[in-house]
Design a protein around this ligand. Structure first.
Ligand code: PNS
Length: 159
């Protein structure tokens, strides 16, 4: 049974994330979407809120589970018996940080492979930060995020 972890802050989940998770679910037997605490970012949504939105948005994918976790990603991956970490790459700008993270993770856990999937072209501009900025000014984000996320953003920003 090949288990993969799709880790991220998911603050909030975007259609770009959904695209990568969907594709990972075709390649691996089981995909665990792991909402990880990133101490360098101040989140808009709590871990519970983020996990709830992801569960709702991905409820039709039978081999996808959603969890949240703090600590080292490789420790979490090992505890789940995962053979791979799956991340999306949008542009060259993502590469430097991803190379650093993959190299550190490989040093710590050589048996856990990091696999990159190129983001589909229509989502190459999309990020959680862009979505939050547009939503905070009352812009329409329904083409960028699942419905449940658009609703929660509207609640958060009082629209
Ligand atoms: O969605 P993000 O914020 O780009 O996700 C980054 C994330 C959560 C995958 C990364 O920060 C992470 O792996 N955090 C866990 C801490 C860890 O394992 N650090 C060592 C790798 S540098």
């Amino acid at each position: 049974m090949k288990v993969a972890i799709c880790p991220g802050s998911f603050d909030p989940l975007t259609n770009g994330h959904v695209d990568i998770i969907n594709r990972a679910a075709q390649v691996f037997d089981k995909v665990i979407v792991a909402v990880l605490h990133n101490p360098n970012k101040k989140p808009l949504f709590t871990m519970e809120e983020r996990a709830h939105m992801i569960k709702e948005a991905l409820k039709d994918l039978p081999n996808v589970e959603v969890e949240y976790f703090s600590g080292l990603l490789v420790d979490y991956a090992r505890s789940k018996g995962a053979c791979a970490i799956v991340r999306g790459l949008r542009a060259v700008s993502d590469f430097e940080i991803e190379l650093m993270q993959a190299s550190v993770n490989r040093k710590l856990a050589p048996e856990v492979e990091t696999v990159y999937m190129m983001t589909s072209n229509e989502y190459s501009f999309l990020s959680s930060s862009v979505v939050k900025e547009v939503a905070s000014f009352g812009g329409d984000v329904r083409c960028m995020v699942p419905t449940v996320v658009a609703e929660k953003l509207a609640e958060k920003f009082g629209k």
